[in-house]
Design a protein around this ligand. Structure first.
Ligand code: ADP
Ligand code: MG
Length: 334
């Protein structure tokens, strides 16, 4: 698979003193969904802005769709769709009018603009609302409109900055479905930031966790979760049984065993591997299992381990000023 985004030593210093992004390197393969996770102020939006040519790179380099971001910003802009954290659609225009305006910014005219706009609006189920002013839209409808506004020029890479922020659970899962569909059906590469770790877990092929401007850990969701020590099996045996700590510790793959009376917590990289041996051993000893359960590690545990804070404690990110200027910058073509 070819690399569609590459960053090497990418660094951003604001006003000569605020180091927002500090020598990060990563790559994204074509067709992947890449999740960029991190607490508020970690440097996610700044990274997206550098890759989108909207913020100057202080040090290091990046390329998107084969074009160097600093040397060929125009070619990069033609290859990408950007769905900013801030909503940029015009309230006083209808959804369709916003789409056509955006199409014009990309030099798509008349019939083609209309056809593409209608097709994309129906993709996110906004056909019925297409002719209504955006001011009458719900938050979810606005996000859906914003999503397809970034797709009119058929970009190769779609950048999404907190695409589901503030939406209720149902609307969020709808958004994820659209994003997944765009990735699967159109082969669109997706680079996204999000605060919702469970959703990132199910949607992303690769994840990088950034904190204080540096990447703390990256890999597939499964790889990241393995780093926190795997699954935990909780076993309750009938009272009065011998202490089985040593027995469990002797089983291949078992990492750690803690016991409280007849309840054992067994840490292992993969339940599927060690569980048969555990159960067989107990049967051989003619011991009765009263209760057995296991929990898989979550990305939230990974996040907690590498950043020292839980994503759940985070407040919703503040709005990033600057995104509002996207349309203006694009319109003026710089
Ligand atoms: N235009 C700016 N000028 C100065 N500092 C900024 C600017 N934009 C962001 N920052 C600072 O850079 C750091 C990273 O911000 P940002 O990239 O927005 O983080 P995130 O998107 O992960 O919340 C923060 O400390 C933020 O205050
Ligand atoms: Mg941000």
């Amino acid at each position: 698979m070819s690399r569609i985004i590459e960053a090497e030593g990418l660094t951003k210093v604001y006003n000569g003193k605020v180091k927002a992004v500090d020598h990060i390197s990563f790559s994204v393969d074509e067709g992947e969904v890449f999740g960029f996770l991190g607490p508020n102020g970690a440097g996610k939006t700044t990274t997206i802005k550098m890759l989108n040519t909207l913020a100057r790179i202080t040090e290091g380099r990046a390329s998107v769709a084969g074009h160097d971001v600093s040397r060929s910003p125009g070619a990069v802009r033609d290859s990408i769709g950007v769905v900013p954290q801030e909503l940029t659609a015009d309230d006083e225009l209808s959804g369709l009018e916003n789409m056509i305006l955006m199409a014009r910014l990309h030099h798509i005219d008349g019939g083609a603009a209309r056809r593409k706009s209608s097709e994309l609006l129906s993709l996110v189920e906004l056909d019925d609302a297409a002719r209504r002013k955006v001011r009458t839209y719900s938050g979810g409808m606005r996000r859906r409109l914003q999503l397809v506004m970034g797709l009119l020029h058929e970009p190769k890479v779609l950048f999404l900055d907190e695409p589901t922020l503030g939406l209720d659970v149902q609307t969020r899962s709808k958004m994820w479905e659209y994003i997944k569909g765009l990735n699967k059906d159109r082969g669109l590469t997706v680079f996204m930031t999000t605060h919702y770790l469970e959703e990132a877990d199910s949607l992303c092929d690769q994840i990088a966790i950034i904190d204080h401007g540096t990447i703390k850990i990256s890999g597939s969701p499964a790889q990241l979760k393995e780093t926190v020590g795997g699954d935990i099996v909780t076993l309750t045996l009938s009272d009065g049984a011998e202490d089985l700590t040593n027995f469990f510790e002797g089983i291949e793959g078992v990492k750690e065993v803690t016991r409280t009376d007849s309840v054992y917590r067994i840490k292992l990289p993969k339940t599927e591997k060690a569980l048969p041996a555990i159960v067989e051993g107990l049967v051989r000893k003619q011991l009765q299992i009263k209760e057995i359960s296991f929990t898989k590690p979550t990305l939230d545990q990974v996040f907690l381990e590498v950043t020292g804070k839980s994503m759940r404690d985070e407040e919703a990110p503040q709005s990033d000023s600057g995104w509002e200027n996207i349309r203006m910058q694009r319109a003026s073509g710089n």
